[in-house]
Design a protein around this ligand. Sequence first.
Ligand code: ASP
Length: 585
Amino acid sequence: MYRTHTCGELTGKSVGKNVILCGWVQRSRDLGGMTFIDLRDRYGITQLVFNMETNATLCKQARKLGREFVIQAEGTVAERSNKNLKIPTGKIEIIVNRIEILNASEIPPFTIENETDGGDELRMKYRYLDLRRNIVKEALELRHKMTQEVRNYLSSKKFIEVETPMLIKSTPEGARDFLVPSRLNAGQFYALPQSPQTFKQLLMIACYDRYFQIVKCFRDEDFRADRQPEFTQIDCEMAFVEQEDVLNAFEGLVKDLLLKIKGVEFDGPFPRLSYNEAVEKYGNDKPDIRFGMIIRELSDLVKGKGFNVFDSVEYIGGICAEGCAEYSRKQMDALTDFVKKPQIGAKGLVYVKYNTDGTCKSSVDKFYSEVELKKWAALLEAKPGDLLLVLAGDKNETLNALGELRLEIRNILNLISKEIYAPLWILDFPLLEWDEETKRYYAKHHPFTSPKSEDIDLLDKDPVAVRANAYDMVINGIEVGGGSIRIHDRQLQQKMFNILGFTQEEAEKQFGFLMNAFRYGAPPHGGIAFGFDRLVALFAGHDSIRDVIAFPKNNSGRDVMIDTPATISDGHLKELSLQVVHQKK
Ligand code: ASP
């Protein structure tokens, strides 16, 4: 028997017991005639003691153990005089009478503790060592618990988990496909699924009216923080449902997870906002509603007073930063620099300091009297001591910039707690987006999303005005899931492909299987997919999904541990009938 107990389970109740533990040497300390070793395994840390007086040979042996040596230690559980109440095993220690080195270790490239000296890249290169750290272990354990709970909950609601293939044909989720060359069909390729979208729809047509799958998806996207080329979805679909049924079913899932995993009870239904409302109030379609600071339009109030910057633009809007009227020149400059960053894109920042003495001081005093500035303050619900921040420009761009500024102020003022969960649904997304560059429409969600029945007439007249039966679930400013009611009518699907610029032939080639299936009794259906990594990161309180993935890729899509993507041999290329063309950068 290698071990009788783990390093995380012995407590005061076991005093006097003879035990055998196995684990890694986290650290060792020599104090006078005693040597202490912290022995670590997946479950915790237990202190081992060696006494020079009672067993000099063993103590000397212990002193030679380096960090991360794997050892087996046998001894008696004893009560500790110097108790560590921070850990469950802190009341006891093991008086060791035998050790065996199961494997030596080189000195690890970084310290394996929560506060480590290892940088990101180094920890990723040695991810198996990083995974020994408590903080990472906790994230993986949480992930496992959430996986189990999702399976339990959905199974209890009659969903069945069905696996769908990984080697498929392109599914249009708006990213590039990862391709896999076929050896047996020279010149032909599989695509890795961007999601199981078409398969889950086929399962509905087949009769499996409640499906889910915890599934890997692959999207070849340009670098963006918090994206991984491969990620996990909780993918779901239901038949014989309307939007309301889907929202209820999955609100139930998230409430269950919040309760079972975080102990947070959520009363009543999740709030709902239309896409337009979300953008107008929060500047984007994934609002963080843990705090207010709502965006308000000032155009009517500020135009026509001789200030050319405001008179010449489409939209002027503002937010109120509570208690910030005393901001210094330096702090104001930092906010101006923030909104002028290329990714925010504002040209400048207008401010009004609504001083505690009730006076107003603004960057546009030349054009607006104090009476006028107070009207702005009233509209933005500011009180003395607050700071009004105003941006102007193209409507969508300005709303977006105000949304970013709102989040920046949230961070500066530390307005939120990670322990609060503020979920909501965003509804009524536009079905289509017009792209000026390629001069064509794109599906905002994907081509299988159905238009709202009352908007179908607009498909020909004013396509961008058509609203979709689509919904996103957002928690704390993070889009955790999204889905839609699907088109299940062949003609309408054909029409949608036409609008999206597919010729009949192209649509047939790419989605003929689905269009054919629509001939054989496709029920009304709809579904959703949750970004599981994001959901876990949110529950774990981590900002990056990389922290909750066992073996993640770095920001340029590389796995630096296994060093891939990598070149392949000429023989391998030949077998796949491939030739690599090196392009000059
Ligand atoms: N397939 C969609 C996605 O991955 C989700 C859905 O519509 O169910 O975003």
